[in-house]
Design a protein around this ligand. Sequence first.
Ligand code: AHM
Ligand code: MG
Length: 357
Amino acid sequence: IELPFPSTEILTLTRHILSEQIRLGAAATGDLTLLINAIEFTSKFIASNVRKARLINLSVPHLSPRPLCCIDNWLLISVGLAGDTNVQGEEQKKLDVLSNDIMVNSLRASRKTAVLISEELDHAVVIEEEYKGKYCVVFDPLDGSSNIDAGVNVGTIFGIYKVRQGSEGTIDDVLRPGSEMVAAGYTMYGSSANLVLSTGNGVNGYTLDPSLGEFVLTHPDIKIPPRGKIYSFNEGNSLYFHPPTINYLNSIKYPPAGKSPYSARYVGSMVADVHRTLLYGGIFGYPDDKKSKNGKLRLLYEAFPMAFLTEQAGGIATTGTRRILDIVPTTIHERSSVYLGSRDDVLDVITFYQAEA
Ligand code: AHM
Ligand code: MG
């Protein structure tokens, strides 16, 4: 019997990024490679905490109302709500707060960043001179964290800008259109940890091999199918939807005779819903409506990175009336209407907006 040999030609994320750097020649200093390495490390660290928190949560179901997890003697991790206290009255560290701390510390220590914007922090973090680099990172450290108690996928979303020429690194370096990002991506923490990244030259997906501790290239050159069969909206908001959204959804649920209606899939974690959309095609939407005037999702660290990836994979990302990546943000936490996914599906939505105009 011939035993299969394990491949000795594994393309890790580091190796892949390095080859991209070499392709760019003298123009590349290696700083972005080092920054992405730092982000990769935070993804491993967060993935490990998400996994431990879940495991301990499952293993102590008799603890009520919310189990406290003491890990490695120094982390107190709760999968519960902010402000919860443990039986000793100690404050618990929420997993999303912990993830934020992991990212801020690691990105600062990389010495490659100048400004950090996190969903968890009201204000921008401006890195002090000693540690300052030339990139700005906008991120949601643990998106979809309301799902975590149920063991549903969550993820980290990030976008990277380079500071403008002559800038010392200020908030103006991130109040720029998403099209000016130099890289964007997310890591989804699910049955495996998947890091999906674009440096502006297509989209690649890497899966964490826990035995190696490395993200390995598993989904090279992701392309969204031009049309899909899945729609992904929170239809519980239908009461508030504007006519173009309602009319579009009706068109895919009640198609003309001979065409099949679309399937509904909605996780409620943007990373999971976008990940599926990138791989299978279809449309993900979180539009503005009568209740949420600007939608729910945050422009800088949710809409922009996902729009960047979508376009790089051959899809479209729009508010309904304009390209998301063209928006110039005015504040760091502003929101945006979002439709993204397969080219033809998103073009259909745009047609319904044009009909209303
Ligand atoms: P969060 O940043 O507070 O986690 O909210 C963002 C999440 C997205 O992951 C997801 O697409 C959306 O909120 C789901 O919202 P809803 O529960 O209203 O459907
Ligand atoms: Mg979020």
